[in-house]
Design a protein around this ligand. Structure first.
Ligand code: CIR
Length: 289
């Protein structure tokens, strides 16, 4: 039986789910990839995709995580962004409800993956739409759920918030424009009390809320955020995976004393997803302060 639990974005990552990019291609589902498609002469080549994905897996394993893999399917090119279909909480996995028709079928592979490992879903989203890229389990008892209507909508966000609030959690719902795709394009946790954020875009009320909760932000520009320069995954113990292309942010993180593992993920960031989107944490260990 797999008893997967995640109570924060910054605990030590011990188990993580990815999907090999065997069938990855760019399809026009978001503003970032639409620009890519308008500029690219040809789509990404499989050996190049595999080499970049292997760099990501190597970074996760270097960080000490056990990497699990989904079985990719030809008709689900974006299943490589494993963040979105399931979010694992302190009570176990929650099955999300994807908005884009091109991605809805991912639920079947995820149900099979968890069933095969005797991993029971805590909840299944069935109100509106809910995508993992909009959900931040910030720390035990504190969560943030973005809703743009483009992916997660208010009904989907409210349903997850209700489940967490019934557990005594403090949950903030944050509205943002669907141009930004997912909230993890604009905001991610790096370490306890330290986030990376596109502060020029995020609302003042949200930035004050972060401050009130003792979370400091390293700023990322709009231009960098739209190249997934804000989209990182924390490995715990002051280590993160951040794309090699995010040079300004990586320098700022290192100046904070954070260890940055930086795989080249350019072919995936051009599709609208970076290290945070390409990974679904299955288990993290919380460190006692
Ligand atoms: N969490 C994320 O931001 N996921 C990236 C999803 C990108 C994918 N191309 C999509 O449009 O759904």
């Amino acid at each position: 039986m797999s008893n997967w639990r995640v109570a924060s974005e910054t605990g030590v990552l011990t188990e993580v789910l990815v999907c090999p990019p065997d069938h990855y291609r760019w399809i026009p589902t978001n503003s970032i990839v639409r620009r890519t498609l308008s500029e690219a002469r040809q789509g990404p080549a499989l050996p190049h995709l595999q080499a970049q994905h292997a760099e990501l897996v190597a970074a996760l394993e270097q960080g000490g995580a056990r990497v699990h893999r989904l079985t990719p399917a030809p008709h689900l090119p974006y299943m490589v962004y494993t963040r979105d279909s399931v979010v694992v909480t302190h009570q176990g996995p929650v099955l999300c409800q994807l908005e884009r028709p091109q991605r809805r079928g991912e639920y079947a592979t995820l149900i099979d993956f968890h069933a095969a490992r005797d991993s029971a879903f805590w909840k299944k989203s069935d109100a509106g739409t809910l995508e993992g890229g909009d959900i931040h389990i910030i720390r035990p008892g504190l969560a943030l759920i973005g809703h743009s209507g483009g992916r997660t909508d208010e009904a989907g966000a409210e349903q997850l918030a209700g489940w967490l609030r019934a557990e005594g959690w403090d949950v903030r719902l944050e509205a943002f424009d669907e141009h930004f795709l997912h909230l993890d394009v604009l905001f991610c946790m790096a370490a306890p009390g330290l986030a990376v954020a596109c502060v020029e875009v995020l609302d003042d009320g949200f930035l004050s809320w972060l401050k009130q909760h003792g979370i400091r932000c390293l700023p990322v520009s709009y231009r960098d955020a739209m190249a997934l320069g804000c989209n990182i995954i924390a490995l715990g113990r002051d280590r993160v995976v951040s794309a090699a292309g995010s040079t300004a942010l990586n320098a700022a993180l290192r100046a904070e004393g954070i260890t940055v593992l930086d795989p080249d993920l350019s072919l995936f960031t051009l599709g609208g997803g970076g290290p945070h989107c390409l990974t679904c944490p299955l288990a993290r260990e919380e460190e006692t302060p």
